[in-house]
Design a protein around this ligand. Structure first.
Ligand SMILES: Nc1ncnc2c1ncn2[C@@H]1O[C@H](COP(=O)(O)OP(=O)(O)O)[C@@H](O)[C@H]1O
Ligand SMILES: [Mg+2]
Length: 606
């Protein structure tokens, strides 16, 4: 399995060597985003065209000015001023319009990309690093923006300068033009070769910088952990190693760039000297009017300059194609549901049944996490899952939420396979209270209404009261409007838990999943949270993953999970009488050994 994905990766790399028709087709996808503004864009191109013509005339007028006689000096200067005024006005509008068009298109691309990414299945997110995705959304789109505003204009202006300039020269002297044209292609060929090397290095530098940024992002996000383990120095050296690799690569690329710069200097000025030498000879022989030589040299200069500029334009275009490719590859990733969801009928969750469910995570397909699980979750009843850490309890919860696609065995609700139920409608009916609740930046109110955005204030307060959260919320000067999250008030684990419970209460789901919801709490919070959870679970189909066994005494059925298998099942009393793993765990917890469940080798084997 992993082999095929390797092969496809290689295939991708092979494709991205030179600009091909296929690559240009990829750029075409961007143009689709410009289509809604094609009129404005066309206007931008009109101004671009004007600047193209004026730049083309510039050397001619400059040459004329240099060769002015006292009688036409004033006229030549006026012409020149007129040209510059036109060019500056056109440049202004070209830039403004291109920026407008580009920024709007970029906004649409960013929105589509984010909108697409957020609909991708969990398997995608567990295989990718979040920092990397962030940088894709931010930097690759900027890369495209740069291309649309500047590079494209430079490309067209460069090409018109080269072609138009040569045409104008040809009118004056075919012979000298042919001489110049003979000098230019070798310059171009060497430029392209250099461009290739430079691009190769700048790409690896970019990758390496991205990798080092991941370290920065991850450690800042988890700064508490870093500090708690006094790992600053270690992280610093990890970062430094990466950064050194960047330096190494960048310096290698720098040699090519330096060589390129000196080549351009030598080639360009050498070519100019050659042209002047050749042209001066022609003037001596009377093959060319003396005052035309100025013009000729100026055009040769401008053409040479444009070719130099085109090389960087070419490199920039390749970068943009790389960025486009990654962005549109991401956009082609299969979403887990149709992005534009049509309203479907509400789902009625009845009895749920797991039938011989086998599962392994897509990212670790060789490890079987669930091994033929069968059990029922009767409507309105509570099913509890216990077992040591890593036994597969959270995986069962993930499958209930349909975070992953199930290949072996099946889960049915109301005798209907889950795969046939509309995904969004299904999730509409669930609520999850996890062990570690992450609140989004925003007000407490926004966090409570996350599952029901149109709730009234009375409903919100009612839910907060039921969740034992109202008291502490009221304690804040701003009450429900208190900002939480990264830039707001820091809530304790128990407080966040109760916000999550209020959120779930407000959503009023048919199926409730609690994944170790109380295990990270101190005993006082645990009491308040447990009380709130009991209210939440009342009469509701619930799956409770419990670390503290006292919380699941009344469950309809308790399943002891070990290595993805059910090893014991029954009510609390039945399991106690059985005298197996469960009764042992209960005995240990009563002795205060609750942490035992977390240990790697529990008594499950006995
Ligand atoms: N996203 C994931 N990708 C790959 N493996 C995972 C993922 N999540 C959990 N696992 C693995 O699946 C097994 C069961 O994990 P989990 O269901 O979280 O256990 P529990 O909740 O019982 O502690 C573990 O071996 C764990 O390493
Ligand atoms: Mg878990």
């Amino acid at each position: 399995m992993s082999k095929t994905s390797d092969d496809s990766l290689k295939g991708k790399k092979n494709k991205r060597k030179t600009l091909s028709v296929k690559d240009l087709k990829k750029l075409n996808k961007i143009f689709a985003y410009l289509r809604p503004q094609r009129k404005l864009w066309a206007l931008g191109f009109f101004f671009l065209l004007i600047t193209m013509v004026t730049s083309l005339l510039f050397p001619k007028l400059l040459g004329g000015l240099m060769g002015s006689t006292p009688s036409n000096l004033r006229d030549n200067m006026l012409q020149m001023m007129g040209l510059l005024v036109i060019q500056s006005i056109a440049s202004f509008f070209r830039v403004v319009i291109f920026v407008m068009v580009t920024e709007r298109a970029l906004a649409a691309i960013r929105e589509d990309l984010y909108g697409h990414l957020i609909h991708l299945p969990m398997s995608f997110f567990s295989a990718k690093r979040v920092g990397e995705l962030n940088s894709r959304v931010a930097s690759d789109t900027s890369q495209i923006g740069e291309t649309l505003t500047t590079t494209l204009a430079e490309l067209l202006r460069g090409i018109s300068m080269v072609i138009g300039g040569i045409a104008i020269l040809a009118f004056t002297s075919i012979k000298l033009t042919l001489f110049i044209v003979g000098v230019i292609p070798p310059l171009i060929i060497v430029t392209i070769i250099f461009g290739k090397f430079i691009r190769k290095y700048s790409k690896s530098v970019q990758d390496e910088v991205a990798a080092s940024n991941t370290i920065v992002e991850e450690t800042f996000a988890g700064i508490q952990t870093v500090k708690a383990f006094a790992n600053e120095a270690w992280e610093r050296s990890r970062y430094a190693t990466r950064i050194k690799e960047v330096v190494g690569l960048a310096v290698k690329g720098g040699y090519y760039r330096g060589a390129f710069a000196s080549f351009i200097t030598f080639g360009l000025f050498g070519a100019i000297a050659l042209v002047i030498w050749f042209g001066a000879g022609m003037v001596h022989n009377g093959e060319l009017a003396g005052d035309k030589l100025n013009e000729f040299i100026l055009y040769a200069l401008f053409i040479g300059g444009s070719i130099g500029g085109l090389a960087s334009v070419y490199a920039q275009l390749q970068k943009a194609i790389g960025a486009t490719e990654t962005i549109f590859d991401l956009m082609e990733e299969q979403t887990e549901m149709t992005v534009d969801r049509v309203e479907t009928e509400a789902v009625e969750i009845g009895d749920i049944a797991f039938d011989q469910v086998e599962f392994s995570y897509p990212s670790r397909s060789d490890v079987q996490v669930l091994n033929g699980l069968s059990f029922k979750i009767p409507k309105g009843k509570t099913i509890a899952l216990v077992g040591k850490s890593g036994s597969g309890k959270s995986t069962i919860a993930s499958l209930l939420m349909r975070f992953y696609h199930l290949e072996q065995g099946g889960i049915v609700s109301n005798s209907k396979p889950l795969n046939e139920v509309d995904l969004a409608a299904w999730r509409e009916e669930l609520a999850l209270v996890p062990q570690d609740v992450l609140l989004f930046g925003g007000s407490i109110k926004e966090n409570i209404t996350y599952g029901k955005t149109n709730a009234s204030d009375a409903e919100i307060i009612e839910a907060a009261q039921q969740a034992n959260a109202w008291e502490f919320i009221q304690g804040f000067p701003e009450g429900l409007e208190t900002t939480v999250g990264e830039r707001g008030v820091q809530l304790s684990g128990g407080q966040r838990q109760r916000i999550a419970i209020a959120r779930a209460l407000l959503k009023d789901p048919q199926l409730l999943i609690l994944d170790e919801a109380t295990s990270a709490l101190d005993s006082e919070s645990e009491f308040l949270v447990q009380e709130a959870l009991d209210r939440l679970m009342q009469g509701r189909t619930s799956v409770v993953i419990a670390h503290r066994l006292s919380t699941i005494r009344n469950a309809h059925e308790i399943l002891v999970i070990n290595e993805g298998r059910i090893t014991e099942r029954g009510t609390h009393d039945q399991l106690l009488n059985l005298g197996g793993t469960y009764s042992e765990l209960v005995r240990l917890q009563d002795l205060g050994g609750s942490e035992f469940l977390q240990s790697k080798h529990s008594v499950a084997k006995s």
